[in-house]
Design a protein around this ligand. Structure first.
Ligand code: 13P
Length: 287
């Protein structure tokens, strides 16, 4: 059964580790992530962007697929199904479709509007026992066509949003979606510490988990980050393994590639990436 992310994140915050959010795009990615979470006894969050939801024909399909897998794969570790960077309308759709967690990304609105919209969703989520993530200070890079500048969040604004009763808060601390440029100055731990001081016990979320050096990840966890999002790294490992398989020309016996065999190396590559991240984040054995 899908669970809210609240309990797993509070435990992670107290235990000084982070739960990974791995984004899913199709059956293979989902299956790989769930298999590794179960194998390593790690809690896990499956992230779904609105674009990925659309690709999979809609949020109801995603809920049906994930619930089916939890049962058929006999998954016993805590799994949350979470909307990633949701719009107000998208968040409402996911709630209706059966997601156990949502993110409302109002970071591009003026703070008053971000507060107003987040509050409405907090009330709905409270009633239904769904966890909710809010964002202050946009994350850099590109996510589903939306480009953020990677600004650092204003700690006072973080407090205003945290006080609405969200479950977890994504605060921009110079993190970027996708690969980090060579001249990236690194995470702003100064901002992270200032945010933490304002929001107290609130579990913090680090987006853009691909390519952040291990020492920065560990320091961020020690300063209150309890959830780390990873997408691009799975995408890169999946693409590389698939490209290699095609280039090697395996399985072409007059009928093209067997779709299951074609996607198998990519699925294995995602497993390796997820394993590595769960070990780095410290969530192994914490289910
Ligand atoms: P990366 O694509 O950089 O791993 O970031 C993922 C993310 O933050 C999703 O919200």
């Amino acid at each position: 059964m899908l669970v809210s992310a609240k309990e797993m994140l509070n435990k992670a915050r107290d235990g000084k580790y982070a739960v990974g959010q791995f984004n899913i795009n199709n059956l293979e990615w989902t299956k790989s992530i769930l298999a590794v979470a179960e194998e390593l006894r790690s809690p896990v969050i499956l992230g779904v962007s609105e674009g990925a939801g659309k690709y999979m024909t809609g949020f109801k399909t995603v809920v049906g697929m994930v619930n089916g897998m939890l049962e058929e794969m006999k998954i016993t570790v805590p799994v949350a199904l979470h909307l990633d960077h949701g719009t107000f309308e998208g968040a409402q759709k996911c709630i209706r479709a059966g997601f156990s967690s949502i993110m409302f990304d109002g970071s591009h609105y003026p703070i008053a509007e971000n507060i107003e919209k987040t509050k409405i969703l907090v009330n709905t989520c409270d009633v239904l026992g769904i966890s909710i993530e809010a964002e202050v200070g946009s994350i850099g890079g590109e996510e589903d066509g939306v480009v953020g500048m990677g600004e650092c969040a204003d700690p006072k604004e973080c407090k205003a949003i945290a006080d609405l009763g969200v479950t977890m808060l994504a605060a921009g601390i110079g993190n970027i979606h996708g690969k980090y440029p060579a001249n990236w100055p690194g995470l702003s731990f100064e901002t992270l510490e200032a945010v933490k001081k304002e929001v107290g016990d609130m579990p913090l979320v680090l987006h853009g988990g691909t390519g952040i050096p291990a020492d920065m990840i560990k320091k961020a966890i020690s300063l209150g980050v309890a959830k780390i999002n990873v997408n691009t790294e799975c995408q890169l490992s999946f693409a590389e393994a698939t490209r290699k398989y095609i280039e090697e020309g395996k399985d072409q016996q007059g009928k093209g590639f067997d779709p299951r065999k074609l996607l198998a190396p990519g699925a294995e590559a995602i497993k390796a990436t997820v394993r590595e991240k769960m070990e780095l984040f410290g969530s192994v054995g914490k289910a």
